[in-house]
Design a protein around this ligand. Sequence first.
Ligand code: GLY
Length: 578
Amino acid sequence: MRTRLALLLALFVSVPVALFAEGGPPSASAPFGETPTAHARRGAVASATPEATAVGAAVLGAGGNAVDAAVATAFALAVTYPPAGNLAGGGFAVGRTPGGELWALDFRETAPAGTWRDSFLGPDGKARRGASTRGGLAVGTPGTVRGLESLHRRYGSLPWARLIAPSVRLAREGFRVPPGLAKIFSTYAADLAKDAVASRLFLPGGEPLAAGALLVQEDLAKTLETIAAQGADGFHKGAVARRIANFVQATGGVLTEGDLASYRPEWRPPFVFDDGRFRLVTMPLPSSGGFLLASILGQLHFARGAIDDRDAPETLHLVAEAERRAYADRNRFLGDPNCVDVPLAALLAPARLAALGRSIDPARATPSSAIVGGAWPRDPDQTTHFVTATADGGAVSLTYTLNDTMGNRSVVPGVGVVLNNEMDDFAVEPGAPNGYGLVQGESNAVRAGARPLSSMTPTIVLEDGRPRLVLGSPGGGLIPTTVLQVYLNAAVRGEPIGEAVSARRFHHQHLPDRIELETGAFPEDVKDALKAKGHSLDLSGTVYTGGMLGRVHAIAFEKDGSLTAAADPRGYGAAAGK
Ligand code: GLY
């Protein structure tokens, strides 16, 4: 990885780059290997691909700020990380300017105007299988390009076209498929084969692109050139929008050119709360991430017992019990705040968090059947998170997604973009599990123009008003618990960021009623102690996670003023700095 990244940087960067550290082999407490990190004096980036990280670092090298680097990295991931990097998806970002201004941008997809509560139900009143995950009806109105433009207009400093140019090159000249991406093409080959352009691009000659093959995306290069020349209008209006709408309608959807033209990102006050000496700046609704972090951490302050020892069964028990209670609330009450009244203040009232925290029995698991709620999917390839920061205190924490890995697994002819299937994040049949076993309520029902409830949790941690950590993760419903654990490790327990990221992880989300442990990661005595407290354990990992929970990209602001960027060893991303 080091050689390849250094080579890419040599192509894009005209300034010296800081050191790159290789990730090491697995160890007892870091079952997926040591975290690749990069130390930097001026600015740093960590993302899911070495190419996108190199593009972001080059922008910093050219004098760009953290927002410039984030915009360029996002476009580069749309080319080099087709599982989740995107133009036709959506996401969230939180940030901080060097002057200390905090911001949050919501560029989540919306339900097209032609959808309604029962769009996905059959004549029997039940959700039609696959309707919200495959085909045109699964597609929400994309928000990424308009979102990146808003971000750049408000906080960027380098020219827009300059930030897109490296991605045009990567799409036109191609990049070598890494083994991790080859595996994704192979895993989803049956679905990709059903789509003419996806199969031509990713399964040429009927076989999934192998590791080392060159992936060239000429249509995507042209779309990026149009966006570079015309701004977001080049995507949301005109020929590109027409092609997207026509293709979505031809495959059973209702997205129109009008939906694309009228899409608007929303600047929102960030979700800010204090946890001891740290202030967490994270995503408000329609992401549930900020709520979940605040609820879990709030309950833990009242729980009977300590969570200092990261891997002790008592710690896992207390945290999992707080997660169980927070996720039950999430599924029952949360939705798009533009459409439903969410009783956030009541749910997070100190008295209620105290009652929930005190209801945790230190000796026994509480059955989830005693707490009303639901469950939903997780998949570390289906979303991606990246971070950029500058030593003057500028930072961007951005998570964006197509929802499932490679979205609805189709590519728009002549445009080259993979389409999202974000409509499945709604409760398509309120009160019943969706395709992934998700049980959510009316508050997240399909409503034309609404944003589906999310779990994406881009986060910045402050200490004494100064940035301490920038972090986030993919993983659907397990994003907040992944962010929680890395925050606890790096900030509260004071571990170096590399260690904090590679450490083994666990997760509870109320239903199914069990603690999920990373496969092969926890010793027998920990598992036995949890079982003795009455917990069911899921030790298998799922088909989606490959036994791993989340893929964190993070930057730590060190006490000496330097930065350390970290790329989760569970993925194949890279960290770089200068
Ligand atoms: N699509 C996953 C999420 O937004 O949580």
